[in-house]
Design a protein around this ligand. Structure first.
Ligand code: KG4
Ligand code: ZN
Length: 338
């Protein structure tokens, strides 16, 4: 049997996900998003682990059924080892180990942030893969990094946030406006009908290729507090313009650094990945850069932006090809640098 079938499991935060890949192509990609956190305005780690425990078996069954694959046809199990919430990671890690033992097939550990980047190698029809070396900006709820990708598993972080992640800047700004969690997608939605220049927000001054978002978040907070004192309905009346202005500033902060990274490295193949790469503004900015700055931009398919197991599967596939397997002493790592 020449076909390599990978079952991939992702449980690093609040999405329980499983996918089946055949030779790098996606046969199924199932995500169970945990709704329980909405009422708390953010992810509650203890509740996340419990929900993973409940979801993991049905999600894996669905992924196998949709792929029309029997467990016995699987070549290996790939799982997210980290970074992420410890209690969440433990569920996927333990489950993957047990399944690998039970089926007597190899176990493959995957770094979640590398997987967000390797999502660009998922086999699709009519698609270009980036060529090494390329730059990748990973933007999510937990991370903001610019990475020089030398090879599949040879990556260097050349810039990163010194405080909040960009996803937090979106979500916290949304929370200040009274929007539910996660607010990023809602800011994106309302921005489409707002004026991005309505309210100017300050951009931080940070050295080199690093980012900072805590000052931005505070500026949004003070602005809303000040305006709401004058007019209690300020947010309601100006929601679309505030969202558009917040999004515009965040994208400028991101793109300024990415342009600087391209200048510094001379690398013009540029990818984005992670939950915030679902944002329509950043996707447009990457297309504009392709047109105006001569970049080759790589924008992930929408379903591979936020947390998913397809990306864990493609990372697992490349590790499988190089025989890079984990042994059963492997443990989850909440902080996992590469
Ligand atoms: O990668 P991800 O699913 O989980 C982490 O690994 O953190 O990223 C989640 C983050 C959240 O902060 C969410 O608000 C943000 O991605 N996000 C967006 C959009 N879709 C998801 N932010 C802005 N615009 C969007 N369309
Ligand atoms: Zn992620």
């Amino acid at each position: 049997n020449q076909n390599i079938h990978i079952l991939a499991i992702e449980s690093s935060c609040d999405d329980t996900a499983a996918a089946v890949l055949c030779n790098g192509k996606i046969l199924s990609n199932i995500v169970a998003t945990q709704e329980v956190h909405k009422q708390y305005g953010g992810v509650v780690p203890e509740l996340a682990s419990r929900a993973h425990q409940q979801n993991i078996v049905p999600v894996i069954h669905q992924a196998l059924a949709k792929a029309n694959i029997d467990k016995k046809e699987l070549s290996a199990i790939a799982f997210t080892r980290g970074p992420g919430l410890m209690g969440s990671l433990l569920v996927g890690t333990s489950f993957a180990k047990s399944l690998s033992m039970g089926l007597q097939i190899p176990l493959i550990e995957v770094n979640h942030m590398q997987a967000h980047i390797l999502a660009h190698f998922i086999e699709e029809e009519n698609f270009d893969k980036p060529e090494f070396p390329f730059l990748a900006m990973t933007i999510s709820g937990g991370h903001t990094q610019i990475v020089k990708v030398n090879d599949y598993f040879n990556m260097e972080i050349i810039g990163q946030t010194t405080d909040d992640a960009v996803g937090e800047a979106f979500d916290k700004s949304a929370k200040i406006m009274g929007l539910p969690y996660p607010g990023g997608p809602l800011i994106d939605k309302y921005s489409k009908e707002g004026n991005p220049k309505a309210f100017p927000f300050p951009k931080p001054k940070v050295e080199g290729l690093d980012f900072s978002f805590s000052g931005f978040k505070t500026a949004v907070l003070y602005f809303i507090q000040r305006e709401t004192k004058k007019d209690p309905d300020f947010v309601e009346k100006n929601l679309k313009d505030i969202c558009a202005s917040v999004q515009y500033t965040i994208i400028e902060i991101l793109m300024d650094k990415l342009k600087k990274a391209v200048k510094q490295t001379g690398i013009k193949q540029v990818a984005i990945g992670g939950g915030v790469s679902a944002n329509s503004g950043i996707r447009q900015a990457m297309k504009d850069a392709e047109k105006n700055l001569g970049w080759k931009s790589f924008i992930p398919k929408f379903e591979y932006t936020t947390d998913n197991a397809a990306m864990i599967g493609i990372a697992g596939y490349y590790k499988y090809l190089s025989g890079d397997f984990a042994d059963y002493s492997v443990t989850a790592k909440s902080r996992y640098k590469f």
